[in-house]
Ligand binder design. Structure first.
Ligand SMILES: *Cc1c(COP(=O)(O)O)cnc(C)c1O
Length: 494
């Protein structure tokens, strides 16, 4: 423990009688009451910490310094894309005109808010090359589920009830098979080739009248562009299935290609990955779902539409809709942040996102390929995967490298995913990082490779400078210590 504030609770700093506030006495008089009603009175005093203002401020400020976040350092986590949360986004969504709205207000009083929402629906449609978008889903996986339900509704509407199989590549994000299964489909895996792309020879025999559709990520989760996706889409369509595009990390495509033009019928985009809205810790996120022409009627209720007179409305009673998948219209504040970002970039700059994300990833990859094992050669898109250190004789694992990075002030990349490689290390710098930051990361990664050869124990015992040392993940999962009393009883188990 390097930080003396680590592990101290605000309750432990309490000293009887200390105060950091003053409230007017006898507040109930202001309400016209002599005393508070009996049933509202406390039986015992609240157990609140009694601390002065400086102690409170220092306690929480120091505690926040034990955290790592996008505002404190580089975050090369792969398959998570945007690690940039522009401050102007926060200002926009905190405007009282937005923040103080109530979802049950009459639509005539929220025309501006609906216009903002409608604008995002339209912008995503034009970015994706699809007909209509719903912004209701709360996350990427929630969008996938919504998409799968639409896919199912499409087949059911044609009386095609036997189509119950969804094809998913073995490199797919784990949420893909999970979403398909929750929507009632049977998941069939298709293999990847040596170069990381879908093996069409393995796909062909799977395409029969039981296929409802196929889910693809392009570039896939290995950061490889699926060159044959037009041919794959054609094969799946010929078999009567629909194509689903996992656009969680759409940034490498922005300004380069549109899923609608690649033959996809349904897709989701993660606003919290592609369009700079914050993510982590489980939310709040947003996973809008888009569909090609002909599938719009299946989109969930409610939808925001524009009337002929230019006003906006909320439609909640479309009978063909898959139903409702969210409370009201999703995470409105997240949608607003994405709108602020889209408008910040504008039509011109959004075209630079894909090329810059690709350039940055390739720059890091090429700079480190002597020190780390690159299992798939060639140009990557927004991210790439190393299979641990190039020199396997050191005994230093990907986990060790990830832990050592923390000592140098960098967040670790995604590790041990995708499952195709034993020592996977998935790195995604994104379009927003400066060359100085990328160079600093490259230098540290090289230094760790050298340390692994010279002093492997130093790396294997990392981290050395973080508030807590290497945690026992297994023990933490099997015997979690979730209360302060338990922690005090087990002082050695961090
Ligand atoms: C993150 C991610 C998802 C899931 O998104 P959540 O918002 O975490 O549910 C799906 N697919 C891919 C490729 C992803 O990177």
């Amino acid at each position: 423990m390097n930080n003396k504030y680590y592990g101290t609770l605000i309750f432990e700093l309490s000293k009887a009688g200390r105060k950091g506030y003053s409230l007017p006495r006898n507040n109930h008089k202001a309400l016209g009451l002599d005393t508070l009603p009996e049933n509202l009175l406390r039986v015992s005093k609240p157990e609140l910490p009694e601390v002065d203002e400086l102690t409170v401020v220092r306690h929480y400020t120091n505690m926040s310094n034990n955290n790592f976040g996008v505002d404190t350092g580089f975050y090369p986590l792969g398959s998570c894309t945007m690690k940039y949360n522009p401050k102007i986004n926060e200002e926009v969504c905190a405007l009282p005109q937005f923040a103080r709205l109530h979802p049950l207000q009459p639509v005539s009083t929220v025309q501006g808010a609906l216009e903002a929402y409608y604008t995002v629906q339209k912008m995503l449609s034009s970015i994706a090359g699809l007909s209509e978008f719903t912004l209701n889903p709360f996350a990427g996986a929630h969008g996938e589920l919504t998409g799968m339900m639409i896919l199912r509704a499409y087949h059911d509407s044609r009386g095609d009830h036997e189509r119950r199989r969804i094809i998913v590549p073995d490199s797919a994000h784990g949420t893909n098979p999970a979403s398909a299964a929750i929507a009632g489909f049977q998941v069939v895996q298709v293999k990847s080739r040596q170069d990381g792309t879908v093996d069409i020879d393995d796909l062909r025999p799977l395409l029969d009248s039981s296929v409802a559709g196929m889910m693809m990520t392009n570039p896939n989760t290995l950061g490889i562009f699926e060159r044959n996706c037009a041919e794959i889409a054609q094969l799946v369509h010929e078999a009567g299935g629909l194509m689903y595009y996992d656009g969680a990390n759409l940034n490498p495509m922005l300004g380069v290609a549109r899923p609608g033009d690649m033959g996809f019928d349904i897709m989701h985009i993660n606003l919290h990955k592609t369009f700079s809205t914050p993510h982590g810790g489980g939310g709040p996120g947003s996973g809008p779902v888009g569909v090609r022409k002909g599938l719009e009627k299946f989109l969930p209720n409610p939808r925001v539409v524009k009337n002929d007179d230019g006003s906006f409305d909320v439609v909640s009673d479309n009978p063909d809709a898959i139903g409702s998948i969210s409370t009201f219209m999703g995470n409105y504040g997240v949608v607003l942040r994405a709108l602020a970002y889209l408008l910040t970039l504008g039509r011109e700059n959004i075209k630079k996102v894909g090329p810059l994300a690709t350039l940055n990833a390739n720059y890091v990859k090429e700079s480190l390929r002597k020190d780390y094992l690159l299992p798939i050669d060639g140009t990557c898109m927004h991210e790439f995967v190393f299979d641990g250190l190039a020199d396997k004789s050191t005994g230093v694992t990907t986990l060790d490298v990830a832990k050592r990075l923390l000592d140098y002030g960098f967040h670790a990349p995604t590790i041990y995913f995708p499952l195709l490689f034993h020592e996977a290390m998935m790195i995604e710098p994104t379009e927003n990082e400066s060359i100085e930051t990328l160079d600093a990361f490259i230098e540290v990664m090289k230094r760790i490779a050298k340390e692994s050869a010279d002093e492997p124990d130093l790396v294997k015992s990392a981290p050395h400078s973080t508030p807590v040392r290497r945690l026992d993940d297994t023990l933490a999962a099997l015997k979690p210590i979730v209360t302060f009393a338990e922690l005090k009883a087990n002082p050695n188990q961090e």
